[in-house]
Design a protein around this ligand. Structure first.
Ligand code: GUN
Length: 284
């Protein structure tokens, strides 16, 4: 039976550590502040955004949410982002995704100053992650996933890692973070032939596709570390991309849904915002 990786507990510990750093910054007259743009009324996005604001408050940080209507003109969003880039009280700036279809998501993300890109999703920041060397902000969910994987004590050097999903938010960045730790990485996706055979090779299996219970116990290598990023709401309950019951009988370690990766994403957003405020002080 697999050991459960408790993301809620790990996130709580990270937040406690951040509280101390926030106090230290506040003592120097700098309170970390996060600005979030929420466009439209996607219910999941609204929930995520309000829990980001709540967590800021919990840690002694400031936040401001700019809620724009679904049909907002792109120029309005661009002007708002430019204004928030220029606002010296704001250290972290992010656009909650997805944005409505008439808006160019990439164009909006790329307006965010790399110094404030605490979500790590603008092209410059994503490029830095791939090139290595000078670091930008590491995207929140991938950063949380790496923390959970390393918390198991696994040595990634030389191990086989399989990432199922190739999104810019999770799949691609987490693959490069695993590569940085010297794992041999495969990115699988919806067109991968014989997904089961590919997954069974994995000492570390990260699944981020949003297809409930796609990964069954038979697709997991005995003893593997399994990280489930999926959160699909079915009949009011969150369901992961991994069949927990089957996979937990085979895996060595596994994240639950909820209570695995989810709480880590917000903790890492807070961490990046604190880092942004600390970097601002050292640039001064
Ligand atoms: N929507 C779902 N996950 C995320 C995320 O990590 N960042 C942003 N900006 N939007 C999201």
């Amino acid at each position: 039976m697999a050991q459960i990786i408790d993301g809620k507990l790990r996130a709580a510990k990270i937040k406690e550590e951040l509280k101390i750093r926030v106090q230290a910054l506040s003592g120097k007259g700098v309170v970390p502040k996060l600005a979030v743009l929420l466009i439209g009324d996607n219910p999941a996005s609204k929930t995520y955004v309000s829990s980001k604001a709540k967590t800021c408050e919990e840690l002694g940080m400031f936040s401001e949410v700019h809620h724009l209507p679904e049909n907002v003109r792109e120029e309005i969003v661009i002007d708002l982002l430019k204004g928030l880039n220029a606002d010296t009280n704001i250290f972290g700036l992010m656009v909650q995704l997805p944005v409505p279809k008439h808006l160019n998501e990439r164009k909006l993300l790329d307006i965010i100053s790399p110094h404030k890109d605490v979500d790590g999703l603008c092209t410059v920041t994503a490029g830095k992650l791939i090139v290595g060397g000078e670091k930008g902000f590491v995207p929140c969910t991938p950063q949380g996933i790496m923390d959970l994987i390393l918390s198991t004590g696994i040595e990634l050097k030389g191990k086989r890692a399989v990432v199922v999903g190739r999104s810019n938010i999770v799949g691609k960045p987490v693959a490069f973070l695993l590569l940085e730790q010297h794992a041999t990485v495969t990115i699988a996706h919806s067109r991968t032939a014989d997904l089961g055979a590919v997954c069974r090779e994995a000492d570390v299996l990260v699944v981020a596709v949003g297809v409930p219970r796609l990964i069954t116990g038979e697709m997991v290598k005995p003893g593997a570390v399994v990280i489930d990023v999926g959160t699909t709401k079915i009949e009011g309950r969150l369901v992961g991309d991994v069949d927990f019951e089957g996979a937990s009988k085979v895996a060595g370690f596994i994240t639950p849904v909820p209570g695995g990766v989810g709480p880590m994403t917000i903790a890492m957003l807070m961490k990046n915002t604190v880092l942004a405020a600390e970097a601002h002080l050292t640039r001064k």
